[in-house]
Write a protein that binds this ligand. Structure first.
Ligand SMILES: Cc1cc2nc3c(=O)[nH]c(=O)nc-3n(C[C@H](O)[C@H](O)[C@H](O)COP(=O)(O)OP(=O)(O)OC[C@H]3O[C@@H](n4cnc5c(N)ncnc54)[C@H](O)[C@@H]3O)c2cc1C
Length: 284
C-alpha cells in the first residue's frame, strides 16, 4: 500500500528538562493519526537551507490505542543538530504560530507482539523512552485480561533526565504487573520514588534472571547500548525472534530527494555480480 504524507501544525511545546521537550502536533486535514504503538514517522521539515527529513517515535499517551487527533513527539536537543537548532533555538511562541511540517508513516517493528509473552521487557536510554509511552497506553488494556508481567528499564545520566517521572510512577502504582527501574549512569537521586540503580542498563540486565522461552525484549535508543545488550542476550539464548531493536541512529544530512552515490568498489562489485548472474543464465 502506498504511504501518503500528511501535513501537521505545531500546537504546543512542553519543556520536560533542560534538553528535552514534548512537541504536540495536530493534523491539518482533521483525520486521525494512526499507528501501532511503538512505531515512528518520518518528518519533513523546512528551514532556511531547504527541506530535511528526520525520524521520530510517536509518544502520544491516552486516548484510543494507536489512533489519535494529535501527535506528540519527545525530542532531545543535540548540539549542532539541524532539527535541534530549528526546534529548540527559536522562540517557542513564534514556532507554535509558524511551524508546519509533513509526516510519512507509520514505520517500525518495535511493537507489542501479537501473542503476549510471559514477560515483556522494555529497555530504553533517554528519549528512547518515547515509543513505550503509547505502548504503556496499549498495555493498560492488555494487562486487564492477560497475566503478562511488564518491566520497563530506563537508562538516564542523572535525575533531571528522568522525564515523565510522575506519569510513570503513577502508572506503576496503578498496575501491579508493571515495574519500572531507572539506571543512573552519573548521578543517583537523593530520594527514590522508583527502583533506582547505579550504572548503565547493560550492567543491570547482566544481573537479571532472564528466560529466552518466556521473555520478549524491546530495545530502543542509543545504538551502543542496543548492541551491548543484544550481544549479552544472544549469549543467554535470545535471538531476533524474541528481541526487537530500534536504534536511534543519526540521520545523515538528508533531504527529500537525495540520490545514492556508489563508490568505485561498490560499482565494481555490482558489475561482477551481474556478470556472474549472466554467466549462470548463459550456462542454463
Ligand atoms: C527510527 C528512529 C526514531 C527516532 N526517534 C526519536 C525520538 O523519538 N526522539 C528523538 O529525540 N530522536 C529520535 N531519533 C533521532 C532523530 O531522528 C535525530 O537523529 C535526532 O533528533 C538528531 O537530529 P538533528 O537534526 O538535531 O541532528 P543532526 O543534524 O542529524 O546531527 C548533527 C550532529 O550531531 C550528531 N548527533 C546527532 N544525534 C546525536 C545524538 N543523539 N547524540 C550525539 N550526537 C548526535 C550527528 O552525528 C551530527 O554530527 C530517532 C531516530 C530513528 C532512526
Amino acid at each position: 500500500m502506498m504511504i501518503e504524507p500528511f501535513e501537521l501544525n505545531l500546537e504546543s511545546i512542553q519543556v520536560l528538562s533542560d534538553t528535552t521537550r514534548e512537541f504536540r502536533f495536530i493534523r491539518t486535514d482533521g483525520n486521525p493519526v494512526t499507528y501501532l504503538p511503538g512505531q515512528f514517522y518520518r518528518f519533513s521539515f523546512q528551514d532556511d537551507k531547504g527541506s530535511f527529513v528526520r525520524s521520530y517515535s510517536v509518544a502520544t499517551f491516552g486516548g484510543a490505542v494507536g489512533r489519535s487527533e494529535r501527535l506528540d513527539l519527545l525530542i532531545a536537543y543535540v548540539k549542532d543538530g539541524r532539527t535541534s537548532r530549528y526546534l529548540f533555538d527559536s522562540d517557542a511562541d513564534e514556532l507554535v504560530q509558524s511551524l508546519g511540517c509533513s509526516a510519512k508513516g507509520p514505520y517500525g517493528r518495535l511493537v507489542v507482539p501479537s501473542r503476549m509473552p510471559k514477560r515483556l521487557i522494555m529497555v530504553a536510554t533517554s528519549v528512547g523512552l518515547a515509543p513505550y509511552i503509547p505502548i504503556l497506553n496499549q498495555l493498560d488494556q492488555v494487562m486487564k485480561t492477560d497475566p503478562v508481567t511488564v518491566e520497563l528499564i530506563l537508562g538516564v545520566r542523572s535525575p533531571d533526565e528522568f522525564i515523565y517521572a510522575d506519569k510513570l510512577i503513577e502508572y506503576e502504582q496503578g498496575h501491579p504487573n508493571f515495574s519500572l527501574t531507572v539506571c543512573y549512569s552519573r548521578q543517583m537521586p537523593g530520594d527514590e520514588d522508583v527502583q533506582a540503580v547505579s550504572g548503565y542498563v547493560q550492567k543491570y540486565l547482566r544481573k537479571m534472571q532472564l528466560d529466552p522461552l518466556g521473555d520478549h525484549v524491546l530495545l530502543c535508543g542509543n545504538p551502543h547500548m542496543i548492541d551491548d545488550v543484544f550481544g549479552e542476550l544472544k549469549i543467554r539464548g535470545f535471538g531476533v525472534r524474541n528481541v526487537v531493536r530500534e536504534k536511534y541512529v543519526f540521520a545523515r544530512e538528508s533531504t527529500d530527494s537525495k540520490k545514492t552515490v556508489l563508490s568505485e568498489a561498490q560499482k565494481r562489485l555490482i558489475a561482477e555480480k551481474l556478470a556472474q548472474v549472466r554467466g549462470k543464465q548463459g550456462d542454463g
